[in-house]
Every structure is written in C-alpha cells, then in structure tokens.
Design a protein around this ligand. Structure first.
Ligand code: UD1
Length: 429
C-alpha cells in the first residue's frame, strides 16, 4: 500500500476485531531468545515490525515457523553472530534485543536503532543500567558493542520510568547472577506482559506492573506458550475515529481494563463508552475476550486540558489521534505532550486540512475547533501521526489522499480494511 484514498464525513457503524499488541509482541519475541527452547507466541499482529523482529531472530539462528495462531520460535540453535547493520537500524523496538542478547550470550553488537521521528529518543538509561549489571560498552566502527564478563544483578533506580529501559533490564536480569531491583520501573501493560511471558518460562519476578520490580536472576528458563494481549493503541485509534466521525462501534477484544484514561478522554469529548471486560483485570491475557462499545453523535466537545503521561495516564501514542478529533470540537481545547518533544509534527498537515492549531513553546497545542475539515493530500511522517491523518480525513468533507503509508503499516495490520468494515469510504492503492 502506498496511499490511502478517503472520502470523509460518514459516521462509523459496526464492529472491528482489535489486533495483538505491537509494543507487547516485540520484547516478548526478543525474550524467546532467552528460553533456549521452543516458544509459541500467539496473537502477534501481522505488521512490518513483527516481521522485522522475526527476521532478526532468524539471523541469529532461531528456527521460526508460522502456526495457525502465531509463531513457533525455537531459540536453542541461536548463536551470538553479529547482526547486520541494515537489520537493526530503522526499528526502534529492535533495541530490546540489547537486553536479550546480553542475557543469552553476554555480548551484543548493534547499530543505533531507528524508529519513528518523535524526538531524540536517547538510550542513556538503557546503557547506564546495563553498565550497573557488569556490561562494558564501547563503540567499534560506529556500532554499539556491549560485553559482560559476568552479568550480575544490581539495584537500579530509573530517573524516568522508561518502557524500553525497564524491558532491557528485565531481559538481562532474569539471566544475571543474583537479584535485581528496578525502582522507578515503567508500569505500562506491555512491561507487565513481558514479565508474564518470562514468568511462564520459569523466571521469578515480583512487582510486574508496579514501579518497583524485583527479579531473582539466574533461573534456568524453558519455552512457553503465551498469548499477546490486544493492542490498546489500535483500539484507542478506532475509538477516537468513532468519536470524531460519530456512530456506534464495537471494538472486539479491546483491552478496556488498560484503557481507562483513554475512555475518560473520549467521554469528556461526549462519547458514551461501555466496557465489556468480564470479570478479572487481565481478560485478554488468558484468552477471555473483552471489548468496548463506543457511541458518539454530533460534534465532539472541546476538552479543557488533555495531557499525556506514563501509564495509567493518557498515552503519548494516542495524543495525535485525540488532537485530530479536537480540531472538529465545539470550542477550544488544550493538549499537552509530556513524553516525546516531537509529537506535534502532525500539526502542519492537519492545518492543511483546515485545522486551527496554535503551538506554544512548552509542548502545548491550543486547538480551536472548526465545524468542518476539508479533504487534502497529506503525507504521513511517522506511525501515530499517520494514523491521526487517517482520522482527520475520515472526519473531513471531500476526498483526501494520504501518502507515506509504510509508516502506518508499521503499527496497523490493515487500517484501511478495519475502517471499511466500519463503513468508511477508504481504499488503498
Ligand atoms: C515505548 C513505546 C512507544 C511509547 C513509549 C512511551 C515500544 C516499541 N515503544 O517507547 O510506542 O510511545 O514507550 O509509552 O514499546 N528516555 C531517555 N533516556 C533513555 C530512554 C528514554 O531520556 O535511555 C526518555 C525518552 O526520550 C522519553 C521518555 O524517556 O522522553 C519515555 O521513553 P520510553 O518510555 O523509553 O519510550 P520507548 O521505550 O522508546
């Protein structure tokens, strides 16, 4: 798919199944390396980033095969060969191989991982924490090389609850000699999912999903079957599509227990949401389906203040979609980005569609809602901003063309089909 053509202005109706979580799948796939055994990972989304991670695992010698419900990964034959530069650049999430390779082989060599252009995205916290665990880093021919004569546990305090750094520490810690304490750990559901997979493989981890995580290192791990939870960001994207366009939608499998802040934001914009979580707090994890009904009509209401925060706050990955919806809101809204400084790149193409957005210096956008947006030719420059442009085009009068769809495909299995199933007039070319 190179472009999406969208004829906007139609309310959404029907149901859509929410794919497995990208951000949970990737570290779990990297973690299969630690098992030295066969793992069966179910509900991985069929997206470019997952394919990329699987090809990295194959390059390392893992046997990867597709099953009906997921992927079988046998990491027993893997060896510490160096990964090629092209393999590792271009995907930020390949960074979790840093912890996995150090845990498995005690050494790693990789290019600086790429990813979406949403700020500098430093990796200083990853490096510092792994150094505390005995890893010595150097730069050789422009590559980051890490070696640990003996990986050991450590007391680590993260000054920022970084998702990626917490995941890398966990991946190294389960194989390190001795115990590791992570204070200030990220509480995101994707970190918790990684802990659940590692625990299923025989690791001992306390405090998963809280800010203090304790790992008893050095346990011998084995393979496991694990179902990746549904993608809360994809669910949130379609939820905001419904808020922006109006209509009634069922988001099948939506992990509503992970979406409280998102549902609250949608409700403050005038939507009615009815979670269908069943009992228990981790429905999707054990194969119980959950879901979310969304109903919205008329113009969305403006919100006084929407701000991104670490989980359980409003996720930065849904900020662009909320911003797109608020361009049509009845009134003036204030949106604050507190995680990544460069998330407002979507403002320029939104303006091309008629949005009135003023950017203040302190990562704040003032959105003066307009009655209508107009269709336009716009280009996606990053994953979530690209999805926000799709939403804006669905809300706009007339036809839009969105190019740069390769970015969007990194996170959405088939955004065009999903939205077509909800009645949108959208085609891919
Ligand atoms: C992950 C998600 C991404 C999501 C983000 C925040 C994946 C593949 N990506 O990204 O979709 O938007 O969490 O929920 O799971 N930081 C540093 N130094 C570091 C690491 C991070 O200063 O070494 C800063 C970042 O610049 C950012 C903040 O910490 O301001 C949070 O980043 P982090 O939680 O690490 O995000 P990622 O793991 O990269």
């Amino acid at each position: 798919m190179t472009a999406l053509h969208i004829n906007g202005g139609i309310p959404l109706q029907g149901k859509v199944r929410i794919q497995g979580s990208k951000n949970a799948s990737l570290p779990i796939l990297a973690a299969t390396l630690l098992a030295k055994d066969n793992s069966h990972i179910l509900n991985c989304p069929q997206i470019a980033d997952v394919e990329h991670m699987l090809s990295l695992l194959r390059n390392l010698g893992c046997r990867v095969s597709r099953s009906k419900e997921g992927y079988q990964i046998d990491s027993a034959p893997a060896g510490a060969c160096k990964m090629s530069g092209e393999a590792i650049t271009g995907m930020r999430s390949s960074l979790c191989l840093l912890g996995a390779m150090l845990g498995r082989f005690g050494e790693v060599a990789m290019e600086h991982p790429g990813g979406c252009i949403i700020g500098d995205r430093p990796i200083d916290l990853h490096i510092k924490a792994l150094e505390q665990m005995g890893v010595v880093f150097s730069e050789e021919a422009g590559r980051l090389v890490g070696k640990a004569a003996k990986l050991h546990g450590a007391d680590i305090r993260l000054p920022i609850p970084s998702v990626g750094a917490t995941e890398n520490i966990l991946l190294a810690a389960v194989q390190a000699a001795g115990d590791t304490l992570i204070a200030g750990a990220a509480k995101e559901p994707e970190v918790e999912a990684l802990c659940r997979y590692l625990t299923a493989c025989g690791a001992e981890i306390d405090g998963a999903g809280t800010s203090i995580v304790f790992v008893r290192g050095g346990r011998s791990l084995h393979g496991a079957q694990f179902k990746v939870p549904s993608d809360r960001i994809v669910a949130g994207t379609y939820l905001f599509a419904c808020v922006g366009c109006g209509g009634s939608v069922l988001l099948e499998n939506a992990p509503c227990e992970q979406m409280e802040a998102v549902v609250r934001a949608a409700e403050s914009m005038g939507a009615r949401c009815q979670p269908d979580c069943g009992k228990g707090s981790y429905g999707t994890e054990y194969g119980r389906e959950s879901g979310l009904y969304v109903h919205s009509c008329g113009r969305p209401a403006a919100v006084e203040r929407l701000y991104t925060a670490v989980y359980p706050g409003f996720p930065t990955d849904l900020q662009s979609m909320a911003l797109a919806v608020l361009t049509r809101a009845d009134g003036v809204s204030r949106v604050e980005e507190n995680i990544f400084e460069n998330r407002f790149r979507v403002v320029e193409p939104l303006r091309k569609m008629g949005a009135d957005i003023e950017l203040l210096e302190d990562r704040t956008a003032i959105v003066r809602g307009k009655d209508t947006l107009r269709g336009a030719r716009v280009e996606a420059k990053e994953l979530r901003g690209g999805a926000a442009l799709v939403l804006a085009a669905l809300m706009a009068e007339g036809e839009s063309e969105i190019t740069g769809c390769a970015y969007i495909e990194r996170g959405y299995e088939n955004i065009g089909k999903d939205l077509r199933d909800l009645g949108a007039r959208i085609s891919s070319v």
